[in-house]
Design a protein around this ligand. Structure first.
Ligand SMILES: NC(=O)c1ccc[n+]([C@@H]2O[C@H](COP(=O)([O-])OP(=O)(O)OC[C@H]3O[C@@H](n4cnc5c(N)ncnc54)[C@H](OP(=O)(O)O)[C@@H]3O)[C@@H](O)[C@H]2O)c1
Length: 318
């Protein structure tokens, strides 16, 4: 059974260069992962590019230290983003590449670094306009037949892209990862402003949550904490509504006796789309604070939910 929250491992490997992770980085990662496990989190999100592969390598080290851990967790990783000096040669432009060899090499590198034989899910990190979807689907189906992955995830894709892959793949598409938060709330604005001139100001893949719900594809939210914008991180002066939103978050948190992080995440989880936040914090206190969202989400009432939305958008709903 998967946990409502997913732990995002993007930053546990330290810097995004090729210096090896030092003991401090590994200690911080160990504390973060243990705190996440203690908070009931069973699912961990990776990508081949994170900290130049070091996030997966550090996680692999933690799995080697505690061989029983692998049986308690579910791993997903991503492939297809090519960063210079990371997954691409230095001097190459940042680009996306989803062909048979890149997908296989990306997964094999992740399995090697994570020190596991398979992962629950391989995600296509971003759409590559030059990819042949038939080749991509074939490549993923081969990986599944070989027992290296159990299912496919997609990330930063539109409704039609999801539908297309679902149609081509024999392997089940089980998750879509998108940036969703109180700040990045186009998914809600689009629903509210379906018949309103301001609707055009909000870009979000139309109907994607509805499509995923109807097809049993879970929606995962990256950037769910809005990088702490409403829970204590410095507010940039140009972000007009963030201070008022942070106050509303605190008011709701105080009323329910929970942390601000719990409110920010519960706002997403209260949506009937079954959204699973992917937490990017490495701070153990914040990880524990995030875990309070699980109990809060079903208790977050309509008025609190709309008060948070109204504060974040800086205007009442029409
Ligand atoms: N599919 C994709 O394209 C994609 C893109 C980006 C990320 N992801 C995944 O999603 C996960 C989360 O994404 P994210 O890290 O961008 O989003 P996030 O969870 O919204 O933000 C986490 C970041 O915000 C900082 N932060 C949180 N609260 C703070 C506060 N009160 N004060 C100061 N800093 C605060 C954290 O620092 P501390 O560690 O110090 O708390 C951390 O650096 C990643 O780990 C990765 O697994 C996926």
């Amino acid at each position: 059974m998967s946990s409502p929250l997913i732990y995002g491992c993007m930053t546990i490997g330290g810097s995004w260069d090729d210096t090896p992770p030092d003991a401090g980085t590994v200690d911080r990662a160990r504390t973060a992962v243990r705190t996440a496990l203690d908070a009931g989190i069973t699912d961990f999100d990776h990508a081949d590019i994170y900290a130049n592969g070091k996030s997966e390598a550090v996680f692999g080290e933690l799995l080697a230290e505690d061989p029983r851990l692998a049986g308690r967790i579910r791993l997903q990783t991503k492939c297809g983003v090519r960063l210079p000096g990371n997954t691409a040669a230095s001097g190459a432009p940042v680009h996306y590449r989803l062909d048979r060899d890149t997908i296989r090499a990306g997964l094999e590198g992740s399995l090697r670094r994570l020190r596991v034989d398979s992962v629950e899910r391989l995600m296509l990190h971003r759409p590559d306009p030059l990819a042949d979807p038939h080749e991509v689907a074939d490549a993923l189906d081969e990986l599944r037949k070989e027992g290296l992955i159990r299912s496919v995830g997609l990330s930063n894709m539109s409704t039609l892209q999801v539908a297309h892959y679902q149609q081509l793949l024999a392997t089940p598409v089980t998750a879509l990862q998108l940036e969703l938060s109180l700040r990045h709330r186009g998914f809600v604005e689009q629903q509210i402003l379906a018949n309103h001139p301001e609707g055009a100001q909000h870009s979000f893949p139309e109907g994607v949550l509805e499509y995923c719900t109807a097809n049993g594809i879970e929606v995962q939210a990256w950037g769910a904490l809005a990088r702490g914008l409403y829970t204590g991180a410095p507010i940039p002066p140009e972000d007009q509504h963030a201070a008022a939103t942070a106050e509303t978050v605190q008011r709701v948190a105080d009323a329910h006796g929970v942390s601000g992080e719990a409110v920010v995440l519960a706002w997403l989880m209260r949506h009937p789309g079954g959204i699973r936040p992917v937490l990017g914090t490495t701070d153990p206190r914040r990880i524990a604070a995030c875990a309070e969202s699980v109990a809060l989400a079903p208790r977050l009432g309509h008025e609190d939910w709309y008060a948070l939305l109204t504060a974040a958008r800086g205007a009442p709903v029409p």
